[in-house]
Design a protein around this ligand. Structure first.
Ligand code: ADP
Ligand code: ADP
Length: 232
């Protein structure tokens, strides 16, 4: 469970404060697919980046399965982050590395043995249906295939949570649908909690169980997708 309490994030640039998140309270249950919606500048990225502590909250607490993230040592945080996969709008792949090496990357950072890496990468290639692209480079892949590599890389260390930052925004509707199917299958099969930032209604309707709508750093709406969209 991800439990966010009284979270605020204030950036200070050139002596000027920008309040990105104001007193956010949010609980995301294990195995849930949770959507974070809102216009550009609403605070979505800040929220997701506070969950894995890429940004340090200004005040408040974030606990993941009972572990208070704001109190971890750098070493403990590195261990915790291995269990939080991330996928991105522009995939963030290593362009000079093959599909195999891109997926192996987090395992190499974790200092896994070559034999373990080989077995895990081959499993993951099957999960994302890219066995035939093992030795291709990202420039040789379609957008959907690149995102499948991103998803496989996020899964490499068997995460409990996947954070998705506009993962389908750069994809056409058909490709989006296939990526949403893949994410749904991963959620069902492995019970991984998925938190998605999106501005796309199709993602909310077809993927998320619950959503929060952010506006100017405040949650203005929260609840089950079905309830929110059945309201007149
Ligand atoms: P969203 O993801 O919804 O577009 P962000 O979390 O990126 O929103 O941004 C929320 C607010 O915080 C915006 O006003 C943005 O300009 C500001 N902001 C985000 N990141 C930084 C930063 N690193 N330094 C200063 N201000 C930032
Ligand atoms: P999409 O229409 O989904 O964007 P693409 O036309 O990009 O698909 O790719 C179709 C197929 O051709 C994919 O299997 C992709 O891997 C392959 N492909 C695309 N570009 C290259 C390339 N430069 N070299 C080798 N294979 C490629």
């Amino acid at each position: 469970m991800i439990s966010i309490k009284n979270l605020s994030k204030i950036y200070n640039t050139n002596g000027k404060d920008v309040v990105a998140l104001k007193d956010i309270n949010l609980t995301i249950n294990d195995g849930e697919i949770y959507g974070i919606m809102g216009l550009s500048g609403a605070g979505k990225s800040s929220l997701i980046r506070c969950i894995n502590m890429l940004e340090k909250p200004t005040t408040g607490s974030i606990s993941i399965n009972g572990t208070e993230m704001t109190k971890l040592s750098p070493k403990e945080l590195r261990e915790m982050r291995k269990k939080i996969g991330m996928i991105f709008q522009h995939f963030n792949l290593l362009m000079n590395s093959t599909v195999y090496e891109n997926i192996a990357f987090p395992l190499r950072i974790s200092k896994a043995k070559d034999s373990v890496i080989k077995k895990r990468v081959n499993e993951l290639l099957e999960v994302v249906d890219l066995e035939d692209k093992k030795y291709a480079y990202p420039s040789q892949l379609s957008g959907g295939q690149k995102q499948r590599v991103g998803i496989a890389r996020a899964l490499a260390n068997n995460p409990h949570i996947i954070l998705s930052d506009e993962a389908t925004s750069a994809l056409d509707p058909t490709t989006t649908e296939s990526i949403l199917n893949l994410l749904r299958n991963i959620n069902k099969q492995y019970g991984i909690t998925i938190v998605v930032i999106t501005h796309e209604m199709s993602v909310i309707r077809n993927l998320c169980d619950r959503i929060a709508v952010l506006e100017n750093g405040i949650i203005i709406e929260e609840g089950n997708v079905i309830d929110i969209f059945s309201n007149p």
